[in-house]
Design a protein around this ligand. Structure first.
Ligand code: KIV
Ligand code: ZN
Length: 534
């Protein structure tokens, strides 16, 4: 029995076989964002993925940065019902870093990879294929010293000569890999071709039954989901995917689509997953908001139009019988139609009711405490989303430092002469600091004040404003992408006044910069301490 035997049963009573869902939103998805997520945001997504029923959460690439290491470690410590994986190249230092970050988990997976296509082996790695096989085998063996759950990926498998691919798969299984992942890294293959690759592996690799075959498809030609389904039909039993399909370039196979295909077309596929489909909508919204990645309206399963009917003929049909134009119901993916906006004007009973709808019982939280922190947050943010409410419950017993900077007061003068003057007063820990500055517009002058107060010379790269409700007291949501020290940070602010929203978004940015700097300082001092101990 291999080490994933505890990833729930492999078949159910109807002899459908289980497909393992490996979510890489926090690794492949996150690496493609303009601004990286904070540790707290990643943990919030990890909690949502756990609740969704994801079998394996790839939490990050620990060796890549101190922030990634810390996030993987935190997620490994907190998540109990999904297995946590960390990525590593086929290098000792990567594997050791992944093991170090993951060891706090009850059970974990090390995912190691190396490129196998001739294009990558010759032009990127500048090696010959024999050396690459040797590196892969060594990496798998090293990872097996830390855990009996080791996944090996043949990067760019879709363009790898089939004889080489068969050899690599056989050798890495022999070395101890328990999952073999076949990525279509550049989204190049056609479904028939990709399904054929998986079929050939099953036919030609003698020890193939000793590992789970996984696929990881990119969407460059819009075929990632179709290719993953072709692979399942050929025998693959793990799919790597992301929420809303986010990921490198055109993204990855989307979790919600692949899961709903298996749900809706059981008649053809005879497979099942552990996913609670009713959590799909909520998880998709959370990822879209925290990642600042809007979902296109016509996106399958989670787009705002995915379940709305426009044509008169369709509307008439659906009213007579839903199945005329609906192959699945909106309820199956957790869409509920009447939603109340939560603001500081909402009463306790509304919060209690919403928590019930989100699946929490009164024993999961203290309503008095929750309502108090809800009001404090609503005063700061304006509108409160479901994920904010959940964060108040989830993080109430986790020591996460509060925001260091908060807005005390703001005044801006603007006119038609291209110059604005702003005065900003910020609470900075225990002290209040006030600065005034001029700029070529209100946001620019506020940004200069905040840069002076905090010492972070931030540069606004992108600025978006949208309305989140309607009417005279509609809330304006500002999303800002700001650069600091060659890194991007995302900030969001919400208020009835968009100048105030902008100030809040900028303060969100400087709080995240401060947190990131603290992690780096901590990591450096740990490193120095360790060096001193050698
Ligand atoms: O696309 C890819 O090949 C990857 C691997 C690291 C699995 O993301
Ligand atoms: Zn990828």
């Amino acid at each position: 029995m291999n080490s994933i035997s505890n990833l729930k049963s492999n078949s159910n009573n109807n002899s459908e076989s289980k497909v393992i869902i490996f979510d890489t939103t926090l690794r492949d998805g996150e690496q493609a964002l303009a601004a990286s997520l904070t540790c707290r945001e990643k943990l919030q997504i990890a909690f949502a993925l756990e609740r969704l029923g994801v079998d394996i959460i790839e939490a990050g690439f620990p060796v890549s940065s101190p922030g990634d290491f810390q996030s993987v470690q935190t997620i490994a410590r907190e998540i109990k019902n999904s297995r946590i994986a960390g990525l590593s190249r086929a290098l000792d230092k990567d594997i050791d870093a992944a093991a170090e970050a993951l060891k706090v988990a009850e059970a974990f997976r090390i995912h190691t990879f190396i490129a196998t296509s001739t294009i990558h082996v010759e032009n990127k790695l500048r090696k010959n294929f024999d050396d690459v096989v040797e590196m892969a085998v060594r990496a798998v063996k090293r990872a097996r010293n830390y855990t009996d759950d080791v996944e090996f990926s043949c990067e760019d498998a879709g363009r790898t000569p089939i004889d080489n691919l068969c050899r690599m798969v056989e050798e890495t299984i022999k070395a101890g890999a328990t999952t073999i992942n076949i990525p279509d890294t550049v989204g190049y293959t056609l479904p028939s071709e990709f399904g054929g690759i998986i079929e050939t592996l099953f036919n030609r690799v003698p020890n193939i039954d000793q590992a789970v075959i996984s696929v990881h498809c990119h969407d460059d030609l819009g075929l990632s989901v179709a290719n993953s389904i072709a692979a399942v039909q050929a025998g693959a039993r793990q799919i790597e995917c992301t929420i809303n399909g986010i990921g490198e370039r055109a993204g990855n196979c989307s979790l919600e689509e692949i899961v709903m295909i298996m749900e809706t077309r059981k008649d053809q596929l005879a497979t099942f997953t552990n996913i609670n489909t009713r959590e799909i909508h909520r998880t998709s919204q959370l990822v879209s908001n925290l990642c600042n990645m809007p979902i296109q309206a016509n996106k399958a399963i989670v787009g705002t139009n995915a379940f709305s009917h426009s044509s008169g003929i369709h509307q008439d049909g659906v009213l007579k019988s839903q199945n005329t134009y609906e192959i699945m119901t909106p309820e199956t993916v957790g869409l509920n139609t009447n939603k109340l906006n939560l603001t500081s004007r909402s009463g306790r009973h509304v919060i209690k009711h919403r928590m019930e709808e989100l699946g929490y019982t009164s024993s999961d939280y203290d309503l008095d405490e929750l309502y108090e922190s809800f009001l404090r947050l609503a005063d700061k943010k304006g509108q409160i989303f479901d994920y904010d409410l959940e964060a108040l419950v989830l993080f109430s017993n986790l020591s996460e430092e509060d925001d260091f900077y908060s807005l005390q007061s703001l005044s801006v003068q603007s006119g038609s002469n291209n110059t604005s003057t702003a005065t900003v007063s910020l609470q900075c820990g225990d002290e209040i600091i006030i600065e005034a500055a001029i700029g070529n517009g209100p946001v620019n002058s506020i940004c200069s004040c905040i840069s002076r107060i905090t010492g972070y010379a931030i540069e606004i790269k992108d600025f978006k404003v949208a309305s989140t409700s309607t009417g005279m007291d509609a809330l304006g949501q500002v999303n800002i992408m700001a650069a600091y020290n060659s890194r991007n940070f995302h900030g969001m602010g919400l208020a009835t006044d968009i100048i105030r929203s902008s100030a809040k978004a900028l303060i969100h940015v400087v709080n995240d910069i401060r947190r990131t700097e603290k992690v780096a300082v901590l990591r450096d001092s740990n490193r120095k301490l360790n060096q001193g101990n050698v």
